[in-house]
Design a protein around this ligand. Structure first.
Ligand code: SF4
Ligand code: SF4
Length: 211
């Protein structure tokens, strides 16, 4: 069993002397899933709408009948790489990179009551790790609301997948997916108000109307 840490604990995370080999940003397929906060940050900082970013930086995939966005890889040779990976191996959107990129090389473990992290051994081949406090590593400004958001979003999507698995009419499934994308990704969040409050209101409404 991996050692589990809270966000306030120190863990041996940072590879000493990462010079941007870029391995963690290549050949990721559809695995860098984008949650509503990731897309809010991308649209805000790139000044582009969700629709503008689809096919440029965002791809859509189906998971158990539910359509969700992911970070797009280019068809660069010899292996596909993230559209934001620069020639020097650095991230071109470091300050507003998605949550899964912030997490690397950590994993998350949560069950609605507790929220913990673990180090994914072998994720980065760099030898020698220095200790860093996990909330500092993640670099999100409000860790508790962030963790609640991650957990709430995960369990909402899980419940929606369950619901969709019992819907036989493809038009109804399509309508649910459109509502999901419209509610959480397409409709902009007001940058002057708390993202988490706005997300919470949308989630309440979506639980009532979609589940
Ligand atoms: S794989 Fe490790 S060494 Fe390479 S860029 Fe990512 S964090 Fe840095
Ligand atoms: S957004 Fe940045 S950190 Fe994340 S995969 Fe792309 S280049 Fe790497």
């Amino acid at each position: 069993m991996d050692r589990l840490y809270t966000a306030q604990e120190m863990a041996k995370i940072a590879g000493a002397g990462c010079e941007g080999c870029g391995a963690c940003c290549r050949d990721m397929g559809e695995s860098v899933r984008l949650d509503p906060l990731d897309v809010h940050e991308l649209t805000l900082h790139l000044s582009r709408s969700f629709a503008d970013l689809v096919d440029f930086a965002i791809g859509l995939h189906a998971e158990d009948g539910v359509i969700l966005p992911h970070l797009l890889m280019t068809s660069a040779e010899p292996v596909p790489q993230c559209v934001f990976l620069q020639d020097d191996g650095r991230c071109g959107i470091h300050d507003f990179r998605p949550g899964l990129c912030r997490l690397f090389p950590l994993g998350r473990n949560y069950d609605g009551a507790s929220f913990q992290y673990f180090v994914v051994e072998g994720a980065c081949s760099l030898p020698g790790r220095t200790k860093v406090r996990i909330d500092k590593w993640l670099g999100v400004s409000e860790i508790k609301p962030y963790e609640k958001f991650i957990s709430d979003w995960h369990y909402f999507v899980k419940a929606l997948k369950e619901k969709v698995s019992h819907v036989s009419d493809p038009e109804k499934v399509r309508a649910l997916n459109l509502q999901l994308l419209e509610t959480f990704y397409v409709t902009p969040y007001d940058p002057m108000r708390s993202f988490y409050n706005q997300f919470g209101m949308r989630l309440l409404r979506a639980r009532r109307t979609m589940l």
